[in-house]
Structure formats: structure tokens, C-alpha cells
Design a protein around this ligand. Structure first.
Ligand SMILES: Cc1cc2nc3c(=O)[nH]c(=O)nc-3n(C[C@H](O)[C@H](O)[C@H](O)COP(=O)(O)O)c2cc1C
Length: 411
């Protein structure tokens, strides 16, 4: 796949080299086109090194234009991706202005165009930017993201560029070709987030899970070419692009949704923090306070993970063990008792695990283990998916593995 990758002048341009790598890992050929402002944030030298091609930036570069004109570049592209896309470039594309090479290509191409906006949340929510977004979408331009979260300016909100993996997956899905990820053609079901177990119409029992790990894993699997079904408990996260999301509330709902989705699945990853117990009866009306104390009778919830692992045609099944103590011991016990293929053990507590952006984990399987030091949940998810794919093919037979195009370590 030929991709013209436009890089514009946003702070997220620092992620561009990683994005180039992710796209190339999937077999894409990349021609980078930078705006003048982008050159303030990231050097052409670095980008040339990772893309393996000289950078284009100046519309009036006679030599480059003679070698491949802007019109030839526009025809060469199977997709034009702009990441990060500034508010300014969105406005230029909406107006049809073409004062630079990148926007000239956008006007001259018949290929799909995708923009991954990245900007301060106030800029993103500005009515002008939102009107531009709406016009771009009406014209069939794909808007990938942005994500919600902490921003370079120190504030929180919508406007973060999505992670390179997620952008790469979306771009490959757009053009119908899923690229050459490790999980190409595989179906992966992931559960994420907490569950809510109703006590009465207004109260419920839940836990501190934010869903970030499960969402990261689902995105990483999609980025590796898998068809992903994400079964999500109630979370406050943006929907990752390029996968199917089924939203549920209780452990019972998650059990039903999982067993529906699991048919034909190759891999099941249970990252959700499912309640172990639920109130035995849900009061029809709000419970009124009377006595100094009250007793809530609880009943065991269905064990989703064990029930999937026990299926005759069980997929490769990976569980999570979130523990506050005796991590490895409890995790290995759970691996054996529930007959899992792998278990990801991570410590949870005041300053680690739930509702954070980073995490460390030890992955255990029958006869081995591997530890991953603290890193962002996005990076950890990527590592976990690569390890899961490796073991999945080891169990199912390497002949089922897609052939990958490997880029050199120098890249
Ligand atoms: C330090 C700095 C950071 C900036 N970050 C962003 C950004 O993240 N998103 C954005 O839309 N504009 C950002 N801008 C403003 C753009 O660089 C500016 O609108 C520029 O004209 C964009 O040009 P381009 O779209 O041709 O690259 C930033 C400006 C500065 C000085």
C-alpha cells in the first residue's frame, strides 16, 4: 500500500517516526510530506531515516518535482493520511486552499483521505473546528480520533492524537486491506472494564477498573490485523477505531455477550474486572435507610473466564490476575485451576494497576514466564499481544501464521 503521510505542525508530530514504523511493519510504502510548521517539531532527517525515502515539503522544489510531481504523488497514493492534522490544515482542506504541497496533493488525489486531528481541547471544541470536521466528514474524509486524555498543554480533554498503532490499523481497514499484522485473519474477543451489579434502581457494586488495559489490548490486536470484538463494561474511554464494541453492565450480561461473541474466535482475552459476587436480589424500589446496619446477601457471579476455557472448542484463552499480594503464586494457581493458556499477573493497589495510564505485568504460561517493566498501558498492550500471538501460533501450529514483512532493525 502506498501512503502519502502528511505531517503538520502539531506537538504530536513527535509520534510521527513511530507511526511510520507501524505503517511499514504492515508492508506500506511511505512518502512523507511535511508542512513548514511540522519542521519546527520533528526533523526531516529522522523521518527520512525511518521512512527510507527523502522527505517532500516544498511545493517549489524543482528537483523533487521533476522526479515525481505533486500530481504523480497524488496518483501514486492509495491513501493520504495526515497525522497529526492541525486545526489549520483542516481549515485549509475545507476551504479548498492549496498553498503548500500537502494540501495541493489533497486536492489532486482520488485516493481516500484520513486525518488524525491533534490539538488542544479548546481548539478541537471550537465551533470553527467542529464545523470543519463536519464538512470534512460530509465529503467522505475520514476523521480518525482524536482521543480523550491528558494533553501536552497540561490540560485534559478531547484532542490527543490517537496512538500510532490505532491509526495504522484504521488506515489499513479503510482501504479494505488489513495489511500484514501478526493476527491477520484471526478473531480476537476481549473483555474490558468493570461490571456493575445492581443493588436497587439507583445503587450498584463495582470496582476501580478503568478499562484502559483491555481497550489497549483490543486496539493492539486490531493493529495486528485481527477482527476484534471488544465487550466493554461501563467505562469513560473513547471508542477505539476499527473494532466492534458490545457494551454491557453486569457480569451476567458480559457472560452472555462473551459466549455469543466467542463462536469462531481464535483468542479470548479476559481483561475485564468482573464482579465475583452480585446482590442475590435487586430491590425494585430504592432501599430506604432504617436500621443502623443492614446485610446484603451476595451470590457468586458466573465465571466467564473459566467457562470459556472449559468449552470443547475453547479459543486460546488468556486471563488476568489483579492481586494485592502473593502475585505470582495466585496467578499460577489461577492458570492451572482454570486451565488457561496464559495469565497476565499485575499488582493492584493504591499506586499501581487500576485507573492509571501505566502498568507492569508478568505473563505466566505452562512452563514459562516473562516480565514486562512499567510502561504505558498502550505499550504494554502491544507487547502482550505480540507475546500472545507467538504462543498462539506455537500451540496452533506455525503454518497458520501469516507471513510478515520485517523491516530492518536500523529503521
Ligand atoms: C508550540 C506549538 C504547538 C502547537 N501545537 C499545535 C497542535 O497540537 N495542534 C494544532 O492544531 N496546532 C498547533 N499549533 C499551531 C500550528 O502550528 C499552526 O496553526 C500552524 O500554522 C499549522 O500549520 P500547518 O497546518 O501548515 O502545519 C502549535 C503551535 C506552536 C507554536
Amino acid at each position: 500500500m502506498n501512503i502519502v503521510l502528511g505531517i503538520t505542525g502539531g506537538i504530536a508530530a513527535y509520534k510521527a517516526p513511530d507511526l511510520v514504523r507501524r505503517l511499514r511493519e504492515r508492508g506500506a510504502e511511505i512518502q512523507i510530506v511535511m508542512t513548514a510548521s511540522a519542521e519546527e517539531f520533528v526533523t526531516g532527517t529522522a523521518l527520512q531515516a525511518v521512512s527510507g525515502k527523502p522527505i517532500r515539503s516544498n511545493l517549489w522544489d524543482k528537483e523533487a518535482e521533476a522526479a515525481m510531481s505533486h500530481i504523480e504523488l497524488a496518483r501514486w497514493a492509495d491513501v493520504v493520511l495526515i497525522a497529526p492534522a492541525t486545526a489549520e490544515v483542516m481549515a485549509r482542506i475545507v476551504s479548498g486552499a492549496a498553498p503548500d504541497l500537502l494540501t495541493t496533493i489533497c486536492l489532486a488525489t482520488e485516493a481516500p483521505i484520513a486525518l488524525a486531528p491533534a490539538m488542544n481541547h479548546v481548539m478541537w471544541n471550537n465551533p470553527a473546528t467542529q464545523a470543519n470536521r463536519a464538512v470534512l466528514e460530509e465529503r467522505g474524509i475520514h476523521i480518525v480520533g482524536p482521543g480523550i486524555g491528558s494533553q501536552a498543554c497540561g490540560e485534559e480533554g478531547a484532542g490527543r492524537m490517537l496512538e500510532p498503532d490505532a491509526i495504522a490499523a484504521t488506515v489499513f481497514n479503510l482501504t479494505g486491506g488489513k495489511g500484514q499484522g501478526l493476527l491477520e485473519g484471526r478473531k480476537v474477543v476481549v473483555t474490558a472494564g468493570p461490571t456493575r451489579e445492581a443493588i436497587d434502581p439507583v445503587r450498584y457494586i463495582t470496582n476501580r477498573s478503568s478499562g484502559k488495559m483491555g481497550y489497549g489490548i483490543a486496539s493492539a490486536a486490531a493493529a495486528q490485523g485481527a477482527d476484534v470484538v471488544l465487550i466493554s463494561g461501563p467505562v469513560n474511554l473513547p471508542e477505539p477505531p476499527g473494532l466492534e464494541i458490545i457494551r454491557v453492565e453486569s457480569a451476567k450480561d458480559m457472560f452472555v455477550a462473551t459466549h455469543e461473541a466467542i463462536r469462531g474466535a481464535d483468542i479470548f482475552i479476559a481483561a475485564a474486572a468482573v464482579a465475583d459476587y452480585r446482590p442475590s436480589a435487586i430491590a425494585n424500589q430504592k432501599i430506604k435507610k432504617h436500621d443502623e446496619s443492614m446485610t446484603l446477601q451476595l451470590t457468586r457471579c458466573p465465571d466467564i473466564l473459566a467457562s470459556v476455557a472449559a468449552l470443547d472448542a475453547a479459543p486460546f484463552t488468556i486471563g488476568f490476575a489483579a492481586e494485592t499480594e502473593k502475585l505470582a503464586e495466585y496467578a499460577r494457581g489461577k492458570l492451572e485451576k482454570k486451565k488457561l493458556d496464559m495469565i497476565v499477573a499485575n499488582r493492584v493497589g493504591q499506586d499501581c494497576g487500576f485507573d492509571r495510564d501505566d502498568n507492569a505485568a508478568t505473563v505466566l504460561w505452562n512452563g514459562g514466564e516473562r516480565s514486562f517493566p512499567t510502561s504505558s498501558k498502550v505499550e504494554l498492550a502491544r507487547n502482550l499481544i505480540e507475546l500472545a500471538a507467538e504462543h498462539f501460533y506455537a500451540v496452533r501450529g506455525p503454518e497458520t501464521q501469516p507471513r510478515l514483512s520485517i523491516i530492518s532493525n536500523n529503521d
